[in-house]
Design a protein around this ligand. Structure first.
Ligand code: KIV
Ligand code: NA
Length: 265
């Protein structure tokens, strides 16, 4: 998978399957079953680091995780989030962060949040050979400005703003746009009008692709669970059962049995 392949998927009506990943073992499993895009999201801050928002995540931390994911990816496109602060100051600063991301992690594209305000930066990076995935709607790095993780683009004015943001980043050369936390009808309209592929999370069924955070999908996170999450596995329960059984067997002496012990003097 490459960044330009995303446009081909849209043209062919083939859905873009995207899952977040933060380390080698999960990235390897997702790549092997044919996930198209592995997104190293700054959701890292919440689902891996246990913080309440993604705001504290640093560029060094993102690169560390993206490197593990890129090492596992044989086929999938690896996209790394530029964390809060790494893309907000100037196109030049963003370029420097994106170069570090690509050189040090091996990711194939970077993602940054923001609409029209980021268009200049997106054009700057794409003109210099860096594929950029944009992210509009409920952009979690703006959680403080939104006053919480709240659906965006409801009502005529807000809806027009999100549409304008999506059109601006598409025009600037974004390889794809993540649409998060917006009404399904708005997701459908952007997907029809933007010209570049859309990857939705809480943006309805008409998007060109869908993304979920792996811990939400697998039931490994018991923090906030937004309405758009579908849980496909009760991973937390499975892991609890296994560790409880291990603990019981250690305490009873049932583990290790002879088959797990070395023979001889
Ligand atoms: O950080 C993340 O995981 C994301 C996706 C939810 C789109 O940005
Ligand atoms: Na993110």
């Amino acid at each position: 998978m490459t960044a330009p392949a995303l446009a081909r998927f849209k043209a062919e009506g083939r859905k873009i399957v995207t899952v977040t990943a933060y380390d080698y073992p999960f990235a390897r499993l997702f790549d092997q079953v044919g996930v198209d895009v592995l997104l190293v999201g700054d959701s890292l801050g919440m689902v891996v680091q246990g913080q309440e928002t993604p705001l504290p995540v640093t560029l060094d931390e993102m690169i560390y995780h993206a490197r593990m994911v890129a090492r596992a990816a044989r086929r999938a496109l690896v996209v790394m989030d530029l964390p809060f602060g790494a893309a907000q100051i100037s196109p030049e600063q963003t370029m420097a962060a994106a170069v570090r991301a690509m050189q040090e992690s091996g990711c194939g594209a970077v993602k940054l949040e923001g609409g029209a305000v980021m268009a200049e930066t997106i054009a700057f990076l794409t003109a210099r050979g860096i594929p950029v995935v944009a992210h509009v709607g409920l952009t979690p790095q703006s959680v403080r400005a939104f006053g919480g993780f709240k659906v965006q683009g409801r009502g005529a004015a807000a809806s027009q703003r999100v549409l304008d943001d999506a059109l601006a980043v598409a025009q600037a050369g974004a390889s794809a746009i993540v649409l998060e936390g917006i009404p399904a009808a708005l997701g459908a309209r952007i997907t029809a009008e933007a010209g570049c592929p859309t990857i939705g999370i809480g943006a309805g069924a008409q998007c060109d692709g869908q993304v979920l955070v792996m811990h939400d999908l697998l039931g490994l996170y018991d923090g906030v669970r937004p309405k758009f999450v579908k849980q496909y596995l009760n991973g937390g329960q499975l892991v609890s059962n296994a560790i409880t059984q291990f603990a019981d067997e250690v305490r009873s002496g049932a583990f290790p049995s002879a088959e797990h012990a070395f023979k001889g003097e």
